[in-house]
Design a protein around this ligand. Structure first.
Ligand SMILES: [Zn+2]
Length: 144
């Protein structure tokens, strides 16, 4: 019995278990090798991030999960998420800045004030705390 069960264990240890995909959301199985989704994205040089790992053992997966490279890859993914949210926020702020500038120009026109005051009103908006308009100044050599 001991021989038979150890033989079975050896056999199963050498083949990929599809249940591992359920247990490890980062795990991918392609072309007979195991990969890590996050290590590949982060271009890690460990087997899961590069050529693929064919050491089909539960302990290999556990070791990879605890591996510093893998933890770094997860952190990088989290940072990418944050960066992308940050980018969306900046885009929203830029849109707000452009709308504010256009409202300022519209107000100048409506009030029959020369557009030469455009920079002046942007400076005023900055002074009252509308920071988003600071990049919208027209160069000093422009004359209208
Ligand atoms: Zn990984």
């Amino acid at each position: 019995m001991t021989d038979e069960s150890s033989e079975r264990k050896t056999t199963s240890a050498r083949s990929f278990q599809t249940r591992w995909l359920r247990d490890h959301s980062w795990l991918r199985f392609e072309n007979g090798a195991m990969f890590c989704h996050f290590c590949r994205i982060s271009k890690k040089t460990n087997p899961f991030g590069s050529a693929g790992c064919s050491n089909f053992q539960t302990s290999t997966l556990q070791k990879h999960k605890d591996y510093k490279d893998h933890e770094d890859a997860l952190h990088e993914e989290a940072m990418r998420d944050t960066f992308s949210n940050q980018q969306r926020r900046v885009m929203k702020e830029q849109s707000h800045a452009i709308i504010t500038a256009m409202k300022a120009v519209y107000w100048l026109a409506k009030e029959d004030i020369a557009t030469v005051k455009y920079n002046s009103i942007l400076t005023f908006l900055e002074e009252v705390g509308v920071d988003c308009v600071k990049d919208l100044h027209i160069g000093g050599n422009a004359t209208y």
